[in-house]
Design a protein around this ligand. Structure first.
Ligand code: GCB
Length: 588
């Protein structure tokens, strides 16, 4: 059985930051740009000031530019729009130590690499722009004023994740919250509360304490609104586990019920909202709480198109989730990286099932084993952070990576198997795209990817009518994926500029008419796929992407959004909405 304890990190980020005693370090941070990458050599992490009037103080952060944290740098100042280099952030904060407390500097995400200095000393590093990390800092904090400096870089490379090319704006900066968290000496570090695989009444709870007195402690679990109170005792390593049967109000899109769960140890107490549901794949069917279902989804980046920036707050999450729901969805594909916790929680609260993935996009260098180690780490970090979110029903390992690379196949197959040992309460998938016409039969599109053999649900991205021409009528075309497994069309679509009307038969019109036609054709084709159990059109809003350079129609935007940046719904939006209303009506 998988257990919360299976994830180990240099410093395991604690579960549920939002439920902790936090001093926010959000706000204005002073910055220095470092295009020449000389800050490390020049010790910019240690901004000392000499009093000697003849000693040069060239390193000086204050009185110059500042950036808001959380936030991306690209859109806060016009000169940083394409900035891809190190940037140094600095702020001071006041600290007053309380006896018997421990302190952690916690970053919800820094895009993409971070080196963190506290009071002049390097305290740690983190790779990857979309997952949290923390450092224990109690011993290094001073009473009164403290200085934290973070070197952030978002430089692309052959061995980075994502790699050199991708189709979105990979905003740089301290893009999510920063907190100084205070905990008791022995605190609740981690927990995992969920229903056991395939059941609707057997609850499993793992808890892990961290601290000198973590062994042999009593831990209480309470489910708010019920009389369920369970007590367990930790082992010598501070871990405890319990399973029990009870009757629960299950979480579903129609009734996204979340329990107020409290976990109490002698010194600590953490409260969380946790739902219970049973997600299963059997043959070609997907079931939620025993009922077969169709995933009515859409893909969305973590971006607020009208402000041209990364989304980072609860209000942003609310905005995006409302648009997903307005389309008639019960499912959302969070692309192409783990989104912020506000988003994940908001989706769950509003009844959206989620697909969550790591930024393994197309040209990742699987031939380098260090890159593969980074991927495994990112996957673990994502699953660790969100394991208590019952709304997440699918973990995805990759997007459109190439099956002709043997190392890719070997590694991803291994990763899929590993993910199943870490978590058996969700499906493992990937968005594949090696779907080609059969050489002898132009009515057949055949998936040729060995990874698909190992997936619980097969995801396929295919842009019929956009990147690939229909060779036959859409409703005559057969999609041969894995006929024995559920299929989700994880991407399809076309580009159009909102209110640009034109020839619906001409792809180069960039018109809403052509886009609408692509949607109608694809839906005709989908209606003939026997194992189709979900669709997720690409994409909710038009989104920013520096590689989209068409001078008239793109101008740095991928125009496949169903909604324009200003919030106007394109014709294809209505086609999709009708399709989903129909699906919902016929679900019984
Ligand atoms: C894809 C990618 C997605 C792109 C999209 C496109 O297959 O998965 O990231 O943005 O196609 O618009 O080409």
């Amino acid at each position: 059985m998988a257990s919360a304890a299976c994830f180990s990190f240099s410093q395991t980020p604690m579960q549920n930051v939002l439920g902790r005693d936090c001093q926010s370090l959000n706000g204005k941070w002073s910055i220095l740009t470092d295009v020449m990458n000389s800050g490390i050599q020049k010790k910019w992490g240690n901004p000392v000031k000499y009093d000697d009037p003849l000693k040069l103080n060239e390193l000086h952060y204050d009185g110059g530019m500042t950036l808001d944290v959380p936030g991306d740098w690209n859109t806060q100042r016009p000169e940083f729009l394409y900035y891809e280099a190190p940037m140094w952030y600095k702020r001071t904060f006041n600290f007053k130590k309380e006896n018997g407390r421990r302190y952690f500097l916690h970053f919800s995400a820094v895009s993409t690499n971070a080196q963190v200095f506290l009071n002049g000393e390097l305290i740690g590093k983190h790779k990857g722009g979309f997952t949290p990390f923390q450092f224990e800092v109690g011993e290094r904090l001073k009473e009164g004023n403290n200085i934290v400096v973070v070197r952030v870089d978002n430089i692309r490379g052959e061995n980075t994740i994502p790699a050199l090319k991708f189709d979105w704006w990979n905003y740089g900066g301290i893009t999510r919250d920063v907190n100084l968290i205070s905990t008791p000496e022995t605190f609740i570090e981690d927990y995992w509360v969920r229903l056991d695989e395939g059941t609707m009444e057997k609850v499993l709870v793992d808890v892990k304490l961290n601290g000198r007195n973590c062994a042999g402690q009593k831990v209480k679990i309470k489910l708010g609104g019920t009389d369920i109170i369970k007590e367990i005792k930790t082992d010598t390593e501070g871990r405890a586990f319990i399973s029990f049967k009870t009757s629960l109000e299950l979480w579903s899109p129609e009734n996204p019920h979340l329990y107020d769960v409290s976990i109490e140890s002698p010194l600590d107490k953490v409260e969380d909202k946790i739902g219970f549901r049973c997600f299963e794949v059997k043959g070609t069917e997907i079931y939620l709480n025993g009922k077969p279902l169709f995933l009515r989804g859409v893909g969305t980046h973590e971006e607020i198109a009208h402000d041209r920036r990364r989304a980072f707050s609860e209000e942003d999450a609310d905005f995006l989730v409302n648009e997903v729901i307005a389309l008639g969805c019960n499912f959302v594909r969070l692309v192409h990286y783990p989104h912020n916790e506000y988003m994940v929680r908001k989706c769950e609260e509003k009844g959206l099932m989620m697909w969550e993935e790591i930024p393994i996009w197309q040209s990742i260098n699987f031939k380098n084993s260090a890159v593969c180690d980074d991927i495994t780490y990112m996957m673990k970090e994502m699953m660790h952070r969100d394991k208590n979110r019952c709304g997440i029903v699918i973990w995805a390992v990759s997007n459109e990576t190439l099956p002709r690379i043997k190392e890719r196949n070997d590694y991803l197959i291994k990763l899929v198997k590993q993910c199943k040992t870490w978590d058996n309460t969700r499906a493992i998938s990937a968005a594949t795209n090696a779907l080609f016409y059969d050489e002898t039969d132009s009515t057949k599109l055949v998936l040729q990817d060995p990874l698909a053999d190992y997936l619980d649900i097969v995801g396929v991205n295919k842009y019929m009518g956009w990147y690939l021409k229909w060779k036959d009528a859409p409703d005559k075309t057969q999609w041969i994926t894995h006929p024995d497994k559920p299929l989700i069309i994880t991407e399809f679509g076309a580009e159009a500029v909102y209110a640009n009307y034109g020839d619906g038969n001409n792809i180069n019109s960039w018109s809403e008419n052509y886009m609408e036609r692509v949607y109608k054709d694809n839906i005709k084709s989908f209606n003939k796929i026997p194992n189709l159990r979900g669709t997720s059109p690409w994409h909710l809003f038009d989104f920013r992407s520096p590689r989209r350079a068409h001078a008239m129609y793109q101008q740095g935007w991928n125009r496949k959004g169903l909604i324009s940046p200003e919030g106007n719904r394109k014709r294809a939006w209505y086609v999709m909405k009708d399709y989903y209303m129909e699906k919902e009506k016929n679900k019984e």
